[in-house]
Design a protein around this ligand. Structure first.
Ligand code: ADP
Ligand code: MG
Length: 559
């Protein structure tokens, strides 16, 4: 560092000291030079078109690496755009730090009116795990240390770091040694071991169970606990159901995976072990479980226990530590799932596999969801290193059941809030962090939220193949417009050529109407490893209202 250093330099040195080198952002006042300096100092800066996509890319980075992803935004509107994604990341338990430039406090606090002036620090608080503001350059190292620890310890999540313009440019007192202000975080997410009593209790529940079931959630993916999970499942033979972002922790074709017998496993299991999965809306708050089932829950957050149903055996601790205690204990107790239970589930699985096979291979014109998903399923099977990003209503819901994932953290989707518009940001963050190819499967409506990031993808030459399932609507494109009115609320342009957007920025573009054409285009784009959009024309008559969660819509009796 030079003799007298600025807040900006101290921030950069503090981030680098903690091995945080990739930043995703959108620049403008007051952070443009900061981003330039980041690049010049050996960090990598990736510029986006909207802040939510940048924060989503950083969130994907956090999910994949376990280190906090970094995002950078301008003040007020840029901050607010990014805040949506910071909220999503926090809900998803993805570690991310959103850094936003802001106005000087003496302007904001007296409400004197400023260019893009907003009390960002206070506004951010409800949407993240922690918010910090840095008012003096000598605190930059402390701020980064606190942000890192908050993002990754306990239940991971989003952190907001507020940088007033005057702190960014402020000079450190020349009597202070810059290096002395920096902190290298040591063990920011320390182990949390479960108590012996808690382990005994869980073993007792499993011992008494005739039909045990594991629900594997993305907490296990976030914890990078695939080896521990595999050891436990292969020891006990307890069948498991993966939640969408836990797919691939064990390969989806694993013999203990009962994703294809979901209803039966819910209704019949007499002991259900939640492994990094909240009992939230995605699991119908546990209402579809056998009401006599005893519940075990592994979670790093004690506050999650009993949030929806009584948990008979809470195992509070970090996933790896919990399994390090639990697996030897179940081995000692000789716990094994009974063959009868496994046979019953296997029979149901086989029945449902046959039905699925039929759906995937029955020809249909115009093209339907299953026909279009079949080539994507094949491609991922042949290339299991490929990352899959998915969003949309029906595209997501049907795709989750159709496309198998074989490696941990290789599927990213709409997550805990079920939000649309995360896809391209996730895809970009994933391609950059892993250097691997990404297939991004999007509904036409979902693509609309962040479609302009195709320019980012092309500018950065990323190997991302986007398949837009174009059925011309939010849910579907078959609704008749009421006489004399504007287009129906769910209607989008079914004839739209989303592929042309890729062409505009030098990417590959395909328009396909059959599974065969889609297969050819997909493989060609994938092999080329270049940015591509495939506009896959789907029958507008297909697509259920809100996909698999139509029951959440209030019934207003519209005719
Ligand atoms: P899903 O959507 O896959 O069901 P959720 O996001 O609902 O998963 O649940 C993830 C849970 O995992 C959260 O309650 C979170 O506290 C927990 N979790 C995150 N990291 C860890 C970890 N390292 N160890 C244990 N639990 C964790
Ligand atoms: Mg659609």
């Amino acid at each position: 560092m030079s003799e007298q250093v600025t807040g900006a330099e101290l921030l950069i040195e503090a981030l680098k000291k903690n091995d945080l080198k990739n930043v995703y952002g959108v620049v403008g006042i007051p952070v443009t030079d900061l981003a330039r300096m980041m690049q010049r100092s050996g960090m990598r800066y990736f510029g986006f078109r909207r802040e939510d996509s940048a924060v989503n890319a950083a969130a994907a980075s956090g999910f994949l690496t376990g280190k906090p992803g970094l995002a950078l935004t301008v003040s007020a509107p840029g901050f607010l755009n990014g805040l949506v994604a910071l909220g999503e990341a926090t809900k998803n338990c993805f570690p991310v730090i959103m850094i936003s430039g802001s106005s000087e406090r003496h302007i904001i606090d007296l409400n004197r009116g400023d260019y893009e002036g907003l009390d960002q620090y206070n506004i951010a608080k409800p949407f993240c795990k922690a918010a910090y503001r840095v008012d003096r350059p000598e605190d930059m190292g402390l701020a980064v240390a606190r942000a890192i620890r908050s993002a990754v310890s306990g239940r991971p999540g989003g952190v907001y770091l507020d940088l007033p313009a005057d702190t960014i440019g402020a000079l450190l007192d020349e009597n202070i040694d810059p290096e002395s202000t920096l902190i290298k975080e040591d063990d920011p997410a320390p182990q949390q071991r479960p108590s012996v009593e808690a382990v005994d209790k869980a073993v007792e529940v499993l011992k008494n169970a005739k039909k045990p079931l594991i629900i594997l959630g993305k907490g296990a993916s976030i914890a990078h606990a695939e080896n521990e999970v595999r050891d436990f499942i292969e020891t006990t033979k307890i069948p498991y159901l993966p939640m969408s972002m836990a797919k691939g922790l064990l390969p989806d074709d694993h013999e203990s995976c009962v994703a294809a017998a979901r209803s039966l496993s819910f209704s019949d299991a007499d002991a259900i072990m939640l492994v990094g999965a909240r009992l939230n809306w995605m699991l119908s708050h546990g209402e579809k479980f056998n009401s006599d089932a005893k519940l075990i829950q592994i979670d790093v957050d004690a506050n999650e226990i009993d949030s929806n149903k009584k948990i008979a055996a809470p195992l509070v601790g970090d996933m790896k530590s919990v399994f390090n205690e639990l697996t030897p204990a179940v081995k000692k107790a000789g716990i094994k799932a009974s063959q009868d239970w496994l046979d019953a589930l296997k029979a149901k699985k086989d029945e449902n596999f046959a039905k699925m096979q039929k759906r995937l291979t029955t020809p249909r014109s115009p093209m339907g969801y299953y026909g279009a998903l079949a080539p994507i399923k094949e491609l991922i099977k042949k290339n299991p290193d490929t990352y899959l990003v998915s969003e949309g209503a029906n595209t997501l819901d049907i795709g989750r059941n159709v496309i198998d994932i074989f490696k941990p953290r290789h599927r990213l989707d709409t997550g805990t809030w079920g939000v649309m518009g995360v896809g391209l940001g996730y895809a970009i963050g994933t391609a950059i962090e892993t250097g691997k190819k990404v297939v991004c499967v999007e509904g036409d409506s979902a693509f609309g939220f962040d479609g302009m990031e195709i320019e980012t993808i092309c500018r950065l030459h990323l190997p991302i193949t986007i398949v837009v399932f174009n059925n011309g609507g939010i849910y579907n494109g078959a609704e008749k417009d009421p006489a004399g009115s504007d287009p129906a609320p769910i209607t989008l342009d079914a004839k739209g050529r989303y592929d042309k957007l890729a062409e505009a920025f030098g990417g590959l573009a395909y328009n396909v109407t059959t599974p065969e054409e889609l297969d050819k285009a997909l493989n060609e784009a994938f092999d080329a490893g270049k940015p591509a959009i495939i506009n896959a024309v789907i029958d507008p008559a297909l697509g259920k209202e809100s996909g698999h969660i139509g029951n959440l819509n209030p019934k207003l009796g519209i005719k």
